[in-house]
Design a protein around this ligand. Structure first.
Ligand code: HEC
Ligand code: HEC
Length: 255
């Protein structure tokens, strides 16, 4: 975890203590992290990775239909809300306390800033100035070189999307890794690694062609860094917020 997040979590834990709320007494950074994991596993399917997918409820910003105490939230998590689609879950009391600590901590971090973006402007940047579609595909248009982003808003949290733009190399999913091979005559080919075994390697190259190589015929081969550039200096903070809003809106086709 990066130090800045750790710091945020401690600040958040401090705010909880000031509230005198129940989860506060024991919430450590590890509890909060654990709560985040439980949230993604148990709650995100309905509430979304940022907790704002159900109209009128924004769990990640601490926006409820009425103010709940931590104890009431623990009760809702464990028992559900009768006569509504909010189900009882089988998480333990201790786990529910950690989920609440996590929700309070993200809400506190959110209050501390970040420009709000405009998804329509973000889409214009994605297809235009940002040149994102030269590598990424959304709902059937764009390139296959980078991962398909049609559902990225369903899969990733806002904070992770921001990080992908600022520091693309910081966290690369195994399925998205790049690989470079050097053939006998010295030509290098870099592409998304589709598959490799003891003897062969298959890549999707920059022209989106499937390329297969026999390792014994190669001069060199190995993992390459991501071709995605950092947008830290290419987009200002408003533009970044706009692009992130657009990414957050990409939830794939509704079933
Ligand atoms: C099967 C889908 C589903 C799952 C899983 C689910 N929820 Fe809900 N949740 C809902 C729905 C729908 C509502 C709105 C209920 C209503 O109409 O009042 C809701 C309401 C809530 C509320 C009340 C918000 C308010 O302002 O009234 C909280 C808090 C909440 N959920 C937290 C959670 C947490 C935390 C988890 C994971 C432990 C979770 N939910 C899992 C569907 C779900
Ligand atoms: C030169 C090609 C290239 C360009 C241009 C590019 N990307 Fe990427 N992007 C990639 C590749 C390759 C990956 C996968 C490796 C990684 O995570 O860095 C990636 C990863 C990502 C991820 C993480 C996906 C995940 O599932 O975790 C996001 C989000 C993303 N890009 C958004 C964007 C946006 C938005 C833009 C434009 C502002 C952009 N990219 C421009 C190639 C590119």
């Amino acid at each position: 975890m990066r130090p800045v997040y750790v710091a945020l979590i401690f600040v958040a834990a401090g705010l909880l203590l000031a509230d005198g709320s129940l989860s506060a007494q024991h919430a450590t950074a590890f509890d909060i992290e654990d709560g985040g994991r439980a949230f993604r596993n148990t709650c995100a399917t309905c509430h979304g990775p940022d907790g704002d997918q159900i109209a009128g409820i924004d769990l990640g910003r601490g926006q409820f239909r009425r103010p709940f105490t931590d104890q009431e939230l623990v009760g809702i998590i464990r028992n559900g809300i009768p006569n509504t689609p909010m189900p009882a879950t089988n998480v333990s009391e201790a786990q529910a306390v950690k989920i609440v600590a996590y929700l309070r901590s993200v809400a506190a971090a959110r209050r501390s800033g970040a420009a709000t973006g405009d998804a329509a402007r973000g889409k214009a940047i994605f297809d235009g100035k940002g040149e994102c579609s030269t590598c990424h595909r959304v709902n059937g248009t764009g390139s296959r070189l980078g991962p398909d982003l049609s559902r990225v808003g369903q899969l990733r949290r806002t904070i992770e999307l921001e990080q992908s733009l600022r520091e693309p190399a910081a966290e690369v999913l195994p399925a998205n890794r790049f690989y470079t091979v050097t053939v006998r005559d010295g030509t290098k080919v870099t592409g998304r690694l589709l598959n490799h075994d003891t003897f062969t390697v298959q890549l999707l190259d920059a022209k989106e062609q499937l390329r297969s190589f026999v390792k014994a015929d190669l001069r060199e081969h190995g993992f390459a860094s991501t071709p995605m550039p950092s947008y830290q200096d290419r987009l200002n903070s408003q533009e970044t917020a706009d692009v992130v809003s657009y990414l957050v809106s990409l939830k794939g086709a509704r079933p």
